[in-house]
Design a protein around this ligand. Sequence first.
Ligand SMILES: Cc1ncc(COP(=O)(O)O)c(C=O)c1O
Length: 399
Amino acid sequence: MSYDPSLEASVMPTYSRYPVTLVRGDGMLVFDDAGCEYLDFAGGLGAMPLGHSHPRWREAVKRQADMLTMVSNLFFTHPQAELATRLAEVIDIGDAQVFLCNSGAEANEAALKIVRRWGNPQGRARVVALDGSFHGRTIATIAATGQPAKRAAFEPLVDWFEFVPPNDVSALDAAIGDATAAVLLEPVMGEGGVIPLRDDYLRAARSLTSERGALLVADEVQSGSGRCGAWRASSLAGVTPDVVTLAKGLGGGLPIGATIARSELSFASGEHASTFGGGPVPCAGALAVIDVIEEEGLLENARRQGSAITGVLETVLDDQPLVTEVRGKGLLIGVELAEPKAKSVVLALIESGMLATEASPNVVRLSPPLIVTTPHAQTAVEMLAAAIDRVASGAEVSA
Ligand SMILES: Cc1ncc(COP(=O)(O)O)c(C=O)c1O
């Protein structure tokens, strides 16, 4: 575990990186520049559903790169048209159209523009979002993010948002009024510490928005694309949003985002755009992701492995006082600690040959590829329990 400080000399220090330089990946494993192997339960922050260098994905991307890389959105391409059709099918919110972009923040920007455009003629300009939420780093999406520390340096921001505590139906009920254009929520709040919204809360969000004439927007950038065991986690609660956003896992490692909206909410010509959005290569990657997830039964695998990992962790960590809760949905799992020691646990894991991430100072997040098998899961659980024991015992972990 090491890195060369010259690697960060010219890079804006927006990320506090772990001290390891990765050079290669293969399935569930990644390798650093010293040849050390890591079991990848970080999964590119949930962006690697098929693991590293899946042969089907690699072939699809290579084939498309050989054929056509970029033509702009002034022309039709088959991969974009096919992907939009497939996404409208799997996301399944009824008659829908898709805007393709390059990231989660952009997918949410498009969703917010859709909300604004729809709400304006009705005098509905307010958006209800949740405390602790995360929707991206652009000016509008950071304004929608319920984490004041992330907003503070950039104020004044757009002032459409009001925040309510998650999983509190009465607070949501009180917040949705005549001026509310939409409720924006993540079915599992990933960056907020892996906090699943309860099914009854999601259902209340749907019925309250429907009753009061507002839209429901599900940010499934982290929880979607199969991560929680369904194409969108909101479907696990039987809830159908008006707008769904995806990114992260969708491209299987290439940058792509998608805003899927009921057709009557669609942008008109000239109202939104992206030079690279929906380019042939990321679309070919995303189509391979969808095919492989379906053909290899990876939604079912995410549900099965996710509940096995969560269940075993609960048992193994039951008498570990540093752990207060194990929670999550499918393969988006958080281990909450009684103290802000998630970084130390992640560093201890890296030392022992496994990658995971912090979802907050108190929460260690596991978001492995959806191809994870039982032996990987068993190894990961053992390594995580050992790393937590090590940190709990006060052992020194190199930073
Ligand atoms: C729920 C959610 N929305 C939006 C984003 C922003 O995505 P991106 O980093 O691709 O812009 C993230 C990223 O973590 C996310 O978890």
